[in-house]
Structure formats: structure tokens, C-alpha cells
Design a protein around this ligand. Structure first.
Ligand code: TEU
Ligand code: CA
Length: 562
């Protein structure tokens, strides 16, 4: 089935993590005016849409993913007037703004929760998920994503509340019609302001199986709640209702962050006639290098797993849904360190190859701040240098309390896969604190900023930045990059990824070498046609010819077009 053509499929989205993007008043924390200062930079890069991680009022237990007021801006980030300015200036430049919608949970400092815990009779009590019970006897064995039980006891009420994430992030009770209406009203308020869409945080978790049964215990600590919370019984009913009451009234883009989503489910979330969301962010691929204790026990990357996952999702949603394409975000380590090579001569080469690889797929590509200059993971000396609640809680539980990992083992996991890798301040220049702030940054800058920064790259045609710029430009002019259907070749090759895309007489052939050695490949003869020319390559070798026997240089990435 052919794809329907739409603006949000043809867009490239840039994710901003405001706390680490640009600090305009030197308090060490990025802010809304800091984003305004960089709009020309983003325009120059060529992105169409900005997704801004939460900027709402928040006590910051989870850096803004714990919201205490959905209709106010966090004090540290500025004011609503600053935001209005940002929106207006972005629109003047033709850039759209997507906000983060975090409605699986609120902060425990949200007015609703403060009311909710006052008494069982309080009109807001049922805004959250409370269960009667005895102290020391949580309602079931579910673990929180940030360590410990997913339940917290309230002495006065003699009840437990559910928090799939931190204690300070109580889950909203979507069974309650009033909760849903409150969320829809809030969303409408933002759309009336003129925002262009929402990225919906863990939206696949909002409908919980109401039996609250124990989950399977994988690592022997807590039970897994995901079986009962991911794509729960009423999820599609809720999203259809949200679409009917809010989304259908505006021409906006919606992205569902969807842990645990399957192909079948993704078709329901994003199918054109389902009237739910536009696209899903799925996590399957991001789990291929996780081990027994998840990201804290990394396992080696195997290219074949990545290739199989791409094929599954590219083919699975072709014509019947829509993919988000991403390597990095604020929850993932840096891709060049993860599946590329961040040492010496290979850093730029592999960063470009990875960029080329991702942007040649079907779906809407996301670029996370710093990815466009090849920012890398960081290795801080001590656990005390880290800020992320996920890291600190896991350290407490796995190293200090349960002693299932040694300090050294745990730090290896932190270095390879933890979230703070992506959260170090944006590297603008070789000046103090990478040009991010003149104050003390809330999280240390990566010491490699003197070498890796925007100022170094912006006017260099061979830089990673210029390569991303070129990829964005190509996508805007080649529909085959956006809509083409997908076929994979040499599936058994452990180092090289080969695929084609086809749309309306146009065809792309993409070759990527994921290793630091030359790779000789043998292409099927029917693939090799004379009309192919180089569309883009990370070697700047536009005269390269497509032949049956080819040698790909280390980390070479090239796309041919005919
Ligand atoms: O992340 C949701 C998610 O699925 C988690 O598994 C996430 O990968 C997290 O890093 C645990 O490893 C979203 C946000 O993107 C994340 O920043 C928030 O902490 C989380 O929801 C709670 O709002
Ligand atoms: Ca600031």
C-alpha cells in the first residue's frame, strides 16, 4: 500500500533537552531564552520541528518529567512570556514547536496529588491509583523503573499509591473520566496557544490492567509490570477519545513514546484510519545491548540484531503506520560511542556513517542536540559526578543494598549506557564550559569540548555538522528517502548493512560498514545497475562506482541513487 504524503513525514525533528542546551543568564542551567538565542543555528542546520523536553513547573526529581503545573514554565527556565516569544520567533523562521506531554504521571507536588492524599473522600483522590493495604505489604511485586517497589505507602490513608517511575512521580488514574477531561483541557489550552504538536511520554503505559497481578521476576528483585501496563486494555479507547476531543481539531504532529509496543500495536497507534497518533517511538532496538540488569550490564553490540530490527519495523509499518527514526535522545547514550567508534580518526567517519544509515530509512528522523556534531559519551571519575535519578537509585540498590554488582561493574554500565552521557552540556565552542554557560553547569561538560564543538564545525564543509545538514537537505528534495519501501540484502554479514529504498521510479542503494576494517562484499548482480550515482558518501568520493565486488573502507557509508 502506498504511503499518504504529509508534512510531518517529510520533516526532520530536532530534540532539545533545555537544561543542557544553552544558558542565557549564567546560572548554569539552560533555559527558554537560551533556545531563542540558537534559533538561527537551528535554521541553518535546516530542521523543521523542535521537540522540547519538558519546560513546565517541576521540582525536578526527574528533570522536568515530574510536572507540578502543566500550565506554567519552570522558574529556572524562564517565564510564559519567554515561551510565547520563542513560539513566535520559531514560527517566523518556519520552525514548528512540539511540546512534551507527560500524562502517565504528575509530580507528587502537583495540586491534584496534594489534594488526592488529603483523604479518601477528597474529589481528587481518584485522580491517582490507590490501593488499601498494610505497611510492608505492597499490593503486588511490581518494581519501579527507577529501582525499588512501584508502590509507596501513605500512613494517614493506610493506602499505597502506584508510581511506575520515581516515588515523586505518582501515576494518574486514566480510568477516571475526570482525569482524562483535565488532560484534554490542558492539551487544548496549549494548542490554542499555537504549539504544533506533542511528544507523548510513555503513552503506551496509561491504561493499566485493573487486576494488578504480580509480574514475572527476571533479575530476582522485583516483578515486571510491563505485561500489565504496556498497551493496556483501554489504551486505544483512550487515544481515540483524545483524538476525537482534541487532536482532530488541529493540524499537528503527535509522537507516542511507546515502550513495549509491538508491530501489531504500532499499527493501531499510528494507522491512518485508526485516528490515534501519527508515529511511535519504539525501544526494541535500544535494548539489543542490554543484559541481565538492563543497561547496567551491557552486552556486546551485534550488527545482525540491529539489521533484523530495522527490517522488522521498516517492513512491518510500511503503508500501515509510521516510524520514528532515532539513535540518540536524552535517555540514551551517544550513538558514536555506542555503535560507532569514538576514538581518534574514526569518530567523525563513524558518526557520519551512522547518520547516513539512519536518515536513509523510512520514517521521521530525530536529531538529538549534539548528535549533529558527533558528541560522545563521558566518563566522570566518580558516581558523585552523576545527577540522573535512574543512575543514583540503581547504584544504591544494585551496588550498596543488594550487592549484585561491584562498583567497577556498575560504573562500566554507567559509562556505556547511562542517560547522563546524553545530558552533558551542549558543546558550542572551545570557550569556558563549552560556551554553554559562564556559571557552573548543573552537570559537568564533557572534557573533549575543546576539540568537539559547533564553532569548529559550522563552517567546515567536511564536518559532521555539514554532513547532517546535507542529509536534511537531501531528505527535503528526495521523496524516496521519506517514503520509499525497504528491502535488505546480505543479511548474514556481521559488519556491513545493505538495503534499498524504492519510490515512484526512484531507487536508493545504501551500503554501511560498521567495522574498523576494510570489508569486501559481493552484491547480488541484479542489484548492480549502471545508472546508479553517488547521492551522498562520508568519503566525499562522488566518483565511486557500484560493482558486484566492492571493498568498503572502515566505517564507510554511501548511498547511491538512480
Ligand atoms: O522514558 C520512558 C522510558 O520508557 C524509560 O524506560 C526510559 O528509557 C528511562 O530512561 C528508563 O531507562 C520517559 C522519558 O523519556 C524519561 O526521561 C523519563 O524519565 C520517563 O519517561 C518518566 O517520565
Ligand atoms: Ca539559565
Amino acid at each position: 500500500m502506498p504511503q499518504t504524503e504529509t508534512w510531518w513525514k517529510e520533516s526532520v525533528i530536532y530534540q532539545i533537552y533545555p537544561r543542557s542546551f544553552n544558558d542565557s543568564n549564567d546560572d548554569g542551567i539552560g533555559d527558554v531564552n537560551g533556545i531563542r538565542e540558537k534559533l538561527d543555528y537551528l535554521k541553518n542546520l535546516g530542521v523543521d520541528v523542535l521537540w522540547i523536553s519538558p519546560i513546565y513547573r517541576s521540582p525536578n526529581a526527574d528533570n522536568g518529567y515530574d510536572i507540578s503545573d502543566y500550565q506554567a514554565i519552570m522558574d529556572e527556565f524562564g517565564t510564559m512570556e519567554d515561551f510565547d516569544q520563542l513560539l513566535e520567533e520559531s514560527h517566523q523562521k518556519g520552525i514548528k514547536i512540539v511540546m512534551d506531554l507527560v500524562v502517565n504521571h504528575t509530580s507528587d507536588e502537583h495540586r491534584w496529588f496534594i489534594e488526592s492524599k488529603k483523604s479518601k473522600e477528597n474529589p481528587y483522590h481518584d485522580y491517582y491509583i490507590w490501593k488499601d493495604g498494610e505497611k510492608n505489604q505492597p499490593p503486588n511485586n511490581w518494581g519501579s523503573a527507577f529501582s525499588g517497589s512501584a508502590w509507596k505507602y501513605n500512613e494517614e490513608l493506610g493506602q499505597w499509591y502506584l508510581h511506575l517511575f520515581a516515588e515523586k512521580q505518582p501515576d494518574l488514574n486514566w480510568e477516571n473520566e475526570k482525569v482524562r477531561q483535565s488532560v484534554y483541557d490542558m492539551m487544548t489550552w496549549w494548542f490554542e496557544k499555537g504549539i504544533d504538536g506533542f511528544r507523548m511520554d510513555v503513552i503506551s503505559l496509561i491504561s493499566k490492567d485493573q487486576d494488578f497481578k504480580d509480574g514475572e521476576t527476571f533479575s530476582g528483585l522485583y516483578g515486571n509490570s510491563m505485561e500489565f501496563c504496556c498497551n493496556g486494555p483501554r489504551i486505544h479507547e483512550f487515544l481515540k477519545e483524545m483524538n476525537d476531543k482534541v487532536l482532530s481539531k488541529y493540524d499537528v504532529v503527535t509522537v507516542g513514546e511507546a515502550p513495549g509496543v509491538t508491530i501489531e500495536e504500532a499499527k493501531k497507534y499510528t494507522g491512518k484510519d485508526e485516528n490515534e497518533l501519527n508515529m511511535v517511538f519504539q525501544f526494541e532496538m535500544m535494548g539489543i545491548d542490554h543484559g541481565k540488569y538492563g543497561k547496567w550490564t551491557p552486552v556486546p553490540f551485534r550488527l545482525k540484531d540491529m539489521k533484523a530490527n530495522f527490517e522488522k519495523w521498516q517492513k512491518g509499518l510500511d503503508g500501515s503506520g509510521w516510524n520514528s527514526l532515532y539513535w540518540d535522545n536524552h535517555d540514551q547514550p551517544r550513538i558514536v560511542s555506542r555503535w560507532g567508534n569514538d576514538t581518534g580518526q574514526w569518530r567523525e567517519k563513524s558518526a557520519k556513517m551512522l547518520a547516513l544509515c539512519l536518515h536513509m530509512h523510512q520514517g521521521t528522523p530525530y536529531i538529538y542536540q549534539g548528535e549533529e556534531i558527533g558528541m560522545t559519551n563521558v566518563r566522570f571519575a566518580s558516581i558523585d559526578d552523576y545527577q540522573d535519578i535512574e543512575i543514583l537509585n540503581a547504584y544504591q540498590e544494585l551496588v550498596k543494598e543488594k550487592k549484585v554488582l561491584t562498583e567497577e561493574q556498575f560504573m562500566e554500565g554507567v559509562y556505556k549506557l547511562s542517560r547522563d552521557n546524553a545530558r552533558t552540556p551542549m558543546q558550542w565552542s572551545a570557550e569556558k564550559n563549552s560556551g554553554f554557560s559562564n556559571g557552573d553547569p548543573w552537570l559537568n561538560v564533557n572534557p573533549n569540548y575543546a576539540e568537539i564543538n559547533v564553532a569548529n564545525q559550522i563552517n567546515d564543509p567536511d564536518s559532521v555538522f555539514s554532513f547532517y545538514k546535507q542529509l536534511i537537505e537531501l531528505r527535503h528534495h528526495n521523496k524516496v528517502m521519506v517514503y520509499g519501501n525497504y528491502e535488505q540484502y546480505l543479511k548474514e554479514d556481521e559488519n556491513v548493512y545493505v538495503f534499498t529504498r524504492e519510490y515512484e521510479e526512484k531507487k536508493l542503494l545504501v551500503l554501511c560498514n560498521f567495522s574498523d576494517r576494510n570489508q569486501e562484499i559481493q552484491l547480488p548482480s541484479f542489484l548492480v545497475e549502471e545508472e546508479y550515482t553517488v547521492l551522498i558518501s562520508n568519503d566525499n568520493d562522488t566518483s565511486k562506482c557500484l560493482t558486484e565486488n566492492m571493498v568498503l573502507l572502515p566505517y564507510e557509508g554511501v548511498a547511491f541513487i538512480k
